[in-house]
Design a protein around this ligand. Structure first.
Ligand SMILES: Cc1cc2nc3c(=O)[nH]c(=O)nc-3n(C[C@H](O)[C@H](O)[C@H](O)COP(=O)(O)OP(=O)(O)OC[C@H]3O[C@@H](n4cnc5c(N)ncnc54)[C@H](O)[C@@H]3O)c2cc1C
Length: 486
């Protein structure tokens, strides 16, 4: 039976709601619909499984394989006592996911281009500097002072990294989280993004991080959650969307294989990068206010580069920093061949971010491997070690299903843009995903909360209740006009 309001005509349809994309936000949006009694939905996913940017793979030489994560790896912020829990932690507990405490600040070795050098004191200063810019950002808010870049913030609190060690420690606290530099990031949004996740004083979960080491992959928690409510006909895998035709009467989604699907509503969960790059075409094209919001947020990239050796010859800590003369050159290393992780695996990985990720995606695997090995040789000048027996890194930035790893908020993106990024276009076309989360953009829990909220709002519309939609502004204005002097 039609659940549309009387003045709306029903077209022949394949589902009441099409959820485009089966990552965290898509699966949780589906669960919200299900919980509201709406079962006539379909998740349309390009890949052969659910999970999206939760993506595991088998890594290693034959007989020495481990399951590692190409995408999300940590539950960031867990739960403090009976305080609010990260919903990803709740899912991990519910579905028995195997994790281990990740000691980001306490289990660290430090290197530069001459080998082992102890600069843990510099790391401690960088931790203080990050706290200082966070507090100073908070102090700007009550008086509505404008946002600027996090680099301005650092400079104003008197922090001006000059040595390779100082730059690397700053990188670890900042770029390694936001996947972009302080110059490229909003000062205020970076501060609240951290606080809402980690600072229990403002409702954050906890300061702790759990690292997923489950042989079913981190994605197991979203697969297992989907299994609790989804029936087979509700998922279309291997189905890549090419275009979305939308009007106030409904939506028509066309797949790359030519199939068309009609529905009353569509919830689009594609990454910000997919929306920015026209990998999916909207007909009519999205209005100017929406395009400006989409193009003004940034899709950043965070790249893990995995190596396996016949046996371990490196640090015993969980983490190591490498300070190169060039900031951001293979700076953060993680050893997995340790107790509690994957002992005996011979695996370690190094992370690069932002423009450096884009740079290495344009190189061949062999070129990147040679660069990475030259850094390891610099870290261990007195050790002769063999060639790796396995090597791999994903190219998220070039992947048309993602175009990056997660969103980052630049200083030129203002709150009104976020409102417009989240807003529906007309009554039938809805958007959700990590990038739309004001407090938790970038994070798995951001994707979760947005998916949940969008599913609930669309459910309300379907049930004929209030369906005002989310607010948007036609144009985002300055508080004061620019007045050019004659
Ligand atoms: C390398 C990396 C590390 C990360 N680390 C962490 C971490 O440690 N902790 C954390 O909290 N977060 C982390 N994140 C972020 C987290 O993974 C994301 O915020 C979250 O998974 C996004 O979920 P989503 O549902 O919004 O988007 P997605 O997971 O991208 O879901 C969108 C879905 O749409 C599909 N799709 C795209 N285009 C089409 C198309 N044309 N047709 C059909 N389907 C399509 C995609 O395949 C995907 O499944 C990381 C991400 C990456 C990539």
């Amino acid at each position: 039976a039609s659940t549309l309001q009387a003045n709306q005509t029903r077209v022949q349809h394949d589902a009441q709601v099409l959820i485009l994309g089966g990552g965290v936000s898509g699966v949780i949006a589906a669960r919200s619909l299900h919980e509201q009694g709406i079962h006539d939905f379909k998740i349309v996913e390009a890949r052969d499984e659910l999970g999206g940017r939760m993506r595991s793979f088998h890594f290693g030489a034959p007989g020495k394989q481990v399951v590692l994560e190409l995408g999300a790896n940590w539950i960031q912020g867990t739960q403090d006592g009976n305080g609010p829990a990260n919903p990803i932690l709740t899912l991990a507990r519910k579905h028995g996911l195997k994790t281990v405490d990740s000691d980001l600040l306490g289990s660290m070795s430090t290197f530069d281009f001459t080998g082992t050098v102890d600069y843990l004191d510099v790391l401690n200063s960088a931790i203080d500097a990050f706290d200082n810019i966070t507090n100073a950002a908070g102090a700007r808010m009550p008086s509505a002072q404008v946002d600027t870049t996090a680099r301005t913030g650092y400079s104003l609190v008197g922090v001006k990294p000059k040595t390779p060690a100082q730059k690397t420690c700053e990188y670890y606290l900042f770029d390694w989280e936001y996947a972009q530099t302080p110059e490229q990031s909003s000062w205020i949004a970076s501060a609240w993004n951290t606080n809402f996740t980690y600072d229990t004083d403002v409702g954050g979960f906890s300061e702790d991080n759990l690292f997923a080491i489950d042989s079913r992959g981190f994605k197991h928690l979203i697969h297992a959650e989907a299994d609790t409510f989804i029936v087979p006909g509700q998922i279309l895998l291997n189905s890549t969307v090419r275009s979305i035709k939308h009007s106030n009467d409904g939506v028509e989604v066309t797949l790359v294989n030519g199939t068309t699907l009609n529905a009353d509503y569509v919830i689009c969960t594609f990454s910000l990068g997919v929306l920015q790059n026209d990998d999916v075409v909207f007909e009519p094209s999205l209005p100017g206010w929406k395009l400006e919001a989409v193009q003004s947020m940034v899709m950043a990239t965070y790249t893990k580069i995995f190596l396996q050796f016949p046996e371990k010859f490196w640090f015993d800590t969980q983490f190591a920093l490498y300070a190169d003369k060039e900031r951001g050159r293979y700076p953060v290393w993680q050893g997995l061949d340790i107790e509690g992780f994957f002992p005996g695996s011979g695996v370690l990985f190094v992370t690069v971010t932002g423009d450096y990720s884009v740079r290495i995606e344009a190189l061949s695997d062999d070129q990147v491997q040679a660069e990475v090995l030259s850094v390891l040789h610099a870290m261990y000048p007195n050790i002769t070690f063999p060639a790796p027996i396995a090597f791999h890194f994903p190219r998220w930035h070039s992947d048309p299903l993602y175009r990056g790893t997660y969103s980052n908020w630049p200083a030129s993106f203002v709150e009104g843009h976020l409102t417009n990024l989240r807003a529906n276009v007309g009554q039938r076309l809805w958007f959700t995903g990590e990038a739309m989360s004001e407090k938790y953009y970038g994070f798995l829990h951001g994707a979760y909360f947005e998916g949940e909220a969008t599913g609930n709002t669309v459910a309300q519309c379907i049930r004929g209740a209030e369906c005002a939609g989310l607010p948007h502004s036609q144009s985002i204005r300055n508080a004061q006009p620019y007045m050019l002097q004659p």
